[in-house]
Design a protein around this ligand. Structure first.
Ligand code: HEC
Length: 126
């Protein structure tokens, strides 16, 4: 969990430094994003709200729950997810989704990831 949080921080640093060419996610349709998540992401990433159980990639509740406990804004998480879709590392395939499809999934993931986290008992939040 701690490692995932550090990765999130690193990714955010990248975006704020202006290296993330995809820029900010301005808007997206979360309901559509949930359907796309089930089709394109759930096979690799656990996400409680989506009922997804894939374990090839990190559990996204664990990736972003601690970040939210530390006060990250939803917009930041959207942009991190969007950047990850555009510039993943192996074995996550690049550009599984593009354009508004990728925005929809990013908005959806940011709206639900880590919502099962109880920040009061989360040891990393101080
Ligand atoms: C074939 C399996 C696979 C699919 C499909 C996949 N991912 Fe990934 N994903 C991974 C792996 C493995 C990693 C860890 C390596 C990396 O950071 O790229 C990862 C990393 C991530 C991270 C960073 C998490 C962290 O803790 O740093 C996010 C966010 C993410 N994926 C979102 C998505 C979204 C959204 C989709 C659907 C559009 C998706 N992934 C589809 C395998 C996958």
């Amino acid at each position: 969990m701690r490692k995932a949080f550090i990765i999130v921080l690193a990714a955010t640093g990248l975006l704020t430094a202006g290296c993330g060419a995809v820029g900010m996610v301005k808007s997206g349709d979360a309901a559509r994003g949930k359907t796309l998540y089930a089709e394109k992401c759930g096979s690799c990433h656990v996400l409680k709200d989506a009922g997804a159980t894939g374990t090839i990639g990190p559990n996204l509740d664990d990736s972003f729950g601690p970040a939210y406990c530390h006060g990250f804004k939803e917009q930041t998480v959207r942009d991190v997810v969007r950047g990850q879709i555009a510039y993943p590392e192996m074995p996550m395939p690049a550009d599984i989704l593009r354009g508004s499809d990728a925005d929809d999934v990013s908005v959806y993931v940011a709206s639900v990831a880590g919502s099962n986290y109880d920040c009061a008992t989360y040891a990393g939040a101080s």
